[in-house]
Each structure stands twice: as structure tokens, then as C-alpha cells.
Ligand binder design. Sequence first.
Ligand SMILES: [Zn+2]
Ligand SMILES: [Zn+2]
Length: 105
Amino acid sequence: MAFLSERSYEGAILIDHRASPGTAAVPEGTIFESAIRVCNHCQRNVIVNPNRTVPLDKCPKCQMFMCRGCAAVYHRTLECFTIAELLDACEAGHLERVLAKRSLL
Ligand SMILES: [Zn+2]
Ligand SMILES: [Zn+2]
């Protein structure tokens, strides 16, 4: 069984404002480049702060990256609930029951 490194799950984002008026986050004349991760629980894309010093939230059960919102839910419920399980529950017509159990409704 092959094991993938943490970085193998990363994507990349590049915002080039060298020839645009820019934004507050990426001002005119600059380039922003960073890694992105996809939350295994909700599929949210999260830009990884390149200056981050603390480790990213990782679900102890599925061993994958979690966004802050899903990490907060996990610490309250101690339940791992991946997007695949959410879609399965939706398809089976159990979505409201599952979300109520997780206190999301
Ligand atoms: Zn999430
Ligand atoms: Zn999980």
C-alpha cells in the first residue's frame, strides 16, 4: 500500500495583480501564490497561509484535512462525517435526520 505525503493533497492558487488595480488582500503590482487544501468533510477550498506556524486541523478518524468550521463541529460531536457520507445520506433521504443529529439544523 502506497502512502501519500500531506503535500500530495495540496492544490495551488496564483493571483497575479501585476497589471490590475488589485484588492486589499493582493494589492496592485503583486502576485500571491499559496497552497490550497480541500476539506474532506465539506469540500471547502481553504487557502493555506504560507506564514502559518500551527499545524492544519486533521480529522483523527479519516486522517484528512478539515476546515475550521468542520473542526469546530468535530470537536463538539466527535463524529467524522465526510462529504461522501453526506451525499449518501442525501441520496437515501436521511439528510435532515443526519444534520439534526449533528446540530446543524
Ligand atoms: Zn469543512
Ligand atoms: Zn473525518
